[in-house]
Write a new protein. Structure first.
Length: 191
């Protein structure tokens, strides 16, 4: 088994309480990356309209780029950032993971989200904790079993992300079908 810290470089997000908001309209404007954004990226589509919080600041902050792997210390979920969230500011509640060449980004997301050995390690790390929040140290100490070849990793990660997207599409279709059905029932009940 190999520690995740040997496969990934970790970059913590900007401490939100230290970001000095600027009234200067020329200061760069950033949108905060939030949990709904993470879920949108993970599912490969916009699931809900969320009011994203913004800030203007001249401070140096950490931002995400399309293709980055990001891990939520709040939910313990990872995803790959999509183009829609390129340039978003991420706070101390998120960690950017930069995989080395021996691990595929989509496979890393699969491992962190679904691998039972990894989930068990997270669970053990949370036991006895008052606040159920993951830590950077806990993430670094996660041990990964022998990695499959890169092409196999890519296949597993690709299928995983496509399956999540398909599930999200089916859920949205079912919700829309329900809305149409209820509208039809309302119309019929008025007659």
């Amino acid at each position: 088994m190999i520690a995740l810290s040997k496969l990934v470089t970790f970059i913590s997000g900007s401490p939100q309480f230290r970001i000095q908001e600027s009234v200067d309209t020329n200061a760069p404007r950033y949108v905060y990356y939030g949990q709904s954004d993470l879920m949108d990226d993970l599912m490969g589509m916009c699931l809900a309209q969320a009011d994203s919080k913004e800030v203007r600041t001249k401070d140096e902050v950490h931002t995400l780029s399309c293709g980055d792997v990001v891990f939520s210390l709040i939910t313990g979920q990872a995803t790959i950032v999509r183009q829609a969230h390129d340039g978003y500011l991420y706070t101390q509640n998120y960690i950017k993971l930069l995989p080395i060449s021996t691990i595929d980004a989509s496979f890393l997301v699969y491992l962190l989200n679904e691998d039972q050995t990894v989930r068990k390690q997270f669970f053990i790390g949370l036991q006895g904790s008052q606040v159920l929040k993951y830590t950077l140290q806990q993430l670094k100490e996660i041990c990964i079993e022998k990695l499959p070849p890169l092409d196999r990793q890519w296949q597993i990660g690709d299928i995983y992300l496509k399956q999540l997207h398909l599930t999200a599409l089916k859920t949205r279709a079912a919700e829309l079908e329900k809305i149409v059905c209820l509208a039809n029932l309302a119309e019929v009940s008025k007659r």
